[in-house]
Design a protein around this ligand. Sequence first.
Ligand SMILES: NC(=O)c1ccc[n+]([C@@H]2O[C@H](COP(=O)([O-])OP(=O)(O)OC[C@H]3O[C@@H](n4cnc5c(N)ncnc54)[C@H](OP(=O)(O)O)[C@@H]3O)[C@@H](O)[C@H]2O)c1
Length: 330
Amino acid sequence: MNCLVLETEGSLPVWRELPKPVLAPGCVRVKIAAAALNHRDVWMTKGLYPGVVYPVVPGSDGTGVVVEASVGGESWMGREVIVNASYGWGGSETVQGPDFTILGMPQQGTFAEEIIVPFEQLSPRPAHLNAHEAAALPLAGLTAYRALFSRAKLQAGERVLITGIGGGVALFALQFALAAGARVAVTSGSAEKLERALQMGAEAGFLYSDADWAAKVVEQFGRIHVAIDGAGGPGYIGLIDAAEPGARIVNYGGTGGNPEALPIRKVFWNQLSLLGSTMGSPADFAAMTAFVDRHQIRPVIDEVIPMSDGAEAFRKMDASRQFGKLVLAL
Ligand SMILES: NC(=O)c1ccc[n+]([C@@H]2O[C@H](COP(=O)([O-])OP(=O)(O)OC[C@H]3O[C@@H](n4cnc5c(N)ncnc54)[C@H](OP(=O)(O)O)[C@@H]3O)[C@@H](O)[C@H]2O)c1
């Protein structure tokens, strides 16, 4: 079986042969049709993902056909499925438990011709999505859904700011928030990406490279009830500056590093909720796929690249050149 393998820290993945994975009890074998990149795959190439051990076959998102099933999984045979990358969440809706892992390290990931998947991680491919779109959905869709609805408890009519709109999670957050009847503004490092977000239904866009972006959000869009942020870094303080009293600021990533000094008085006086969010529970995943079905949401795909040329997708994501998901097709 051929896979994209990260051999060592600091190198891009290479397409090479590895032994076929062995079917385990409680699992099926999925013949992968398409997979999609997430930023954690890029962090792994740099040794920046906690606990990464090389060599590794990355990839958390994938879709394909079940070609072999162990006892109890016969009903999945021949079905087109997507894979929920949130493994071992545990019994609490509040937070993941100690056995939580994400598909694609330590387990073999989806950047391979075949993968072994436990029954409970399978979900039917949404009927309105083609294979490339379905591959783009699971991890980023789940993360955006939990951040907006389980954590921020977004209501129709609220003003939401979504940072770094070119990102995979950010674009799902835009689509989901609009479908829920919220008003949305976005930030980006690129004027062209802001324009594309406006065409999708965002009301306003701001360059995060502009030192006054938070003041402009307040002037031109209004104070925000909810922020959905995957960047952290210095811009995180701007979210606090632009917040309506009582706002919920949800962070799911740290692409920009740690924020600078927190203006703590604004946090307590304005009764702000600073929330963290990671992936999602099985209930979040089921709610996300139902929401995507109900609103017929189609993931935004930047480019479909043959999996054997996958290194190019890693370069593109590392340079933030994408708008939406980078899909690797077989
Ligand atoms: N906690 C979780 O469960 C979870 C799940 C998924 C992802 N993440 C993390 O969330 C982050 C985004 O993941 P992703 O897969 O969506 O990545 P992605 O598709 O590579 O998107 C990253 C985006 O970050 C934006 N960005 C870069 N610097 C920024 C800054 N200073 N301020 C605001 N935005 C900035 C860029 O947006 P523009 O191109 O518009 O400038 C870029 O497109 C990563 O750090 C990832 O590790 C966490």
